[in-house]
Design a binder for this molecule. Structure first.
Ligand SMILES: Cc1cc2nc3c(=O)[nH]c(=O)nc-3n(C[C@H](O)[C@H](O)[C@H](O)COP(=O)(O)OP(=O)(O)OC[C@H]3O[C@@H](n4cnc5c(N)ncnc54)[C@H](O)[C@@H]3O)c2cc1C
Length: 538
């Protein structure tokens, strides 16, 4: 049974002639490729890296193995839906382990808060800080469920245009979804204890944004964690894209790694071919337009449609080219507000940590200062929130003989002054190591491997504009109707899936982006649509 494909949804004979090229093997690129291939489309994925997953990558040094991007995995039901759309079963390819406690947070005043998807444990944890917040959990869950159900029927399942705002129904949906209430205000109205409020407000960082700028509908995020749990793919987060790639290959998807998309051949507002070339040793300067013609090894791939999973600003400015964009898009992609970024430090240490949770966070004395300035500050905070992922707490395959792989993350602003990271990288790394040692009682001499990754690498390796890790900040005017749609308004056969397009960034939303984009393409190509998956997760 393992790895089998049961029922192709669509007759391939009807669709064999259609060809889609996907630029980027990030989660949304993989999800789209799988869905299109399951519908009988011939799909080729172009990826500049050497493996699938994009931000959901992996680093290996000696016996150590670390995740290199996301660590919090929610809504596995979206992966189940993907496998099922391909006539397969997710658990045959990917094992998910529950993470318990979901997180442990330490505050500067010495207090601790654990979260859990076991609501009895969550109530005990909240109640220890403020009994009113334990009593408020049922109301929070009811509100979260209402938001989630509405989102999963509407905004998360179709591409939206600002023109839809002309319809009164859209305004009514916006009211139901609390769109005009800032997330921070909604959290302050829902919870009483300042520490619980901060843990909840801090979830806006999952969208790379500040809690004031994110709409109230994002209360659905803590609801989703509490309702559907927090998970870890056995073997590491990167196992998820590896499993997706295997599924895609079984459906006939072709992958070309180490290959850069460098521009498009555009005629009559359509891409007739995508320009590709072997990955160049020198990264491109983003925002400077398509590569000059006749690059070494350049090829052209013809396609009925091109789906850009690569960063949306890079795709529009450097792969489609500003000269092919309408005036609105040209302005938009010059003025976009990027999401926050991250500094990542991988430590391989010669000891174990029996009491360290899977996800642990230490907040600084004035946590709001850092959070409120996470987009606008020109340089990282001198007293950042510290996060450590310790997968060995959950995953037996990560338990090394007397050694531990620790993944350390501090949230940092997107790139403004590139020289800052060039000049201060070593200093920032030393300060982060010092903080880690103080927090978990690690001795510097116990560290045998270390490697870091700054916003500069997000920009140079994965072409993320300004090193942003969620592409666009999820502010009111960059969310829902105002976020770039999954179909280009300028080029008839160009489509987008991933953190920068609708519905947004983060694992669940980019999986949904792949769902929306693949259906938008099938519709545009005149192919039959598979059954809707909206409203089935509750
Ligand atoms: C440090 C970090 C922590 C995070 N934490 C979480 C978390 O805990 N939970 C969560 O849900 N989300 C988290 N996220 C966000 C989540 O990882 C992303 O939203 C998601 O993985 C992005 O997927 P994507 O489909 O947009 O593609 P991406 O992962 O952005 O992949 C795009 C791909 O396109 C390729 N590409 C770009 N340009 C070209 C080109 N010209 N030619 C060929 N290929 C190209 C890139 O190499 C890349 O592989 C985190 C992200 C980071 C970086």
């Amino acid at each position: 049974m393992c790895g089998s494909i049961r029922t192709p949804r669509t007759s391939t004979s009807v669709t064999a002639a259609k060809r889609v090229v996907v630029v980027g093997a990030g989660l949304a690129g993989l999800a789209s490729a799988i869905r299109l291939a399951a519908a009988g489309v011939h799909v080729t994925v172009i990826e500049r890296g050497t493996r699938p997953g994009g931000k959901m990558g992996r680093r290996e040094i000696g016996p150590y193995r670390w995740d290199s991007g996301p660590t919090i995995f929610t809504l596995p039901e979206l992966f189940d839906q993907l496998w099922s759309a391909a006539g397969a079963t997710r658990s045959d390819d990917l094992t998910l382990l529950p993470v318990e406690p979901a997180s442990r947070t330490f505050f500067a005043d010495g207090s601790v808060l654990e979260t859990s998807s076991d609501l009895t444990k969550l109530a005990a944890s909240f109640g220890a800080l403020d009994p009113r917040d334990a009593a408020g959990i049922p109301a929070f869950m009811r509100r979260g469920e209402k938001l989630w159900r509405e989102l999963d029927q509407t905004f998360f399942r179709k591409t939206l245009s600002p023109l839809s705002l002309l319809a009164p129904m859209s305004w009514l949906a916006g009211i139901r979804l609390d769109a005009a209430t800032p997330y921070s205000r909604r959290i302050n109205q829902t919870f009483h204890d300042e520490r619980i409020r901060h843990v909840m407000r801090y979830k806006s960082i999952y969208l790379g944004s500040t809690p004031q700028s994110v709409p109230g509908a994002f209360l659905s995020i803590p609801y989703i964690e509490a309702k559907f749990g927090t998970w870890h793919p056995e073997g590491g987060m990167h196992e998820a894209p590896l499993a997706m790639e295997r599924l895609a290959r079984r459906l006939g998807v072709e992958f070309r790694y180490g290959t850069d998309a460098i521009g498009s051949v555009i005629r009559d507002k359509r891409i007739s071919a995508l320009r590709i070339a072997p990955r160049s040793a020198q990264p491109r300067t983003l925002g400077t337009g398509p590569a000059a013609p006749n690059q070494p090894g350049e090829e052209r791939i013809e396609a009925d449609a091109v789906l850009f999973n690569a960063d949306i600003v890079h795709a529009n400015r450097d792969l489609i080219g500003e000269e092919n964009l309408g005036a609105l898009s040209r302005q938009r992609f010059k003025r976009i507000t990027p999401s926050s970024s991250a500094y990542i430090l991988h430590l391989g240490v010669k000891r174990t940590f029996p009491d360290l949770a899977h996800h642990t966070v230490w907040h600084p004395e004035n946590p709001n200062d850092e959070l409120d300035r996470i987009i606008s500050s020109p340089v990282p905070s001198g007293d950042p929130t510290l996060y450590i992922q310790h997968v060995a707490a959950t995953d037996l395959t990560a338990r090394l003989d007397g050694r531990t792989a620790l993944y350390v993350l501090t949230p940092v602003p997107p790139l403004k002054d590139r020289r800052w990271w060039e000049e201060h990288r070593d200093e920032y790394r030393a300060a982060t190591i010092k903080r880690v040692c103080e927090r978990i009682g690690l001795k510097p001499e116990e560290i045998e491997e270390q490697a870091d990754w700054t916003p500069l690498e997000f920009e140079r390796e994965q072409y993320c504009h300004d090193g942003s890790i969620f592409a666009l900040a999820a502010s009111f005017f960059q969310s829902a109707y105002f976020r770039p749609a999954n179909a280009s308004p300028d080029i008839a056969n160009a489509f987008f899936a991933g953190g920068g397009s609708q519905p947004g960034g983060g694992i669940p939303l980019v999986m949904l982006s792949g769902y929306i984009a693949s259906r938008t393409i099938l519709k545009r190509l005149g192919l039959p649509l598979p059954p809707s998956e909206a409203g089935q997760i509750f």
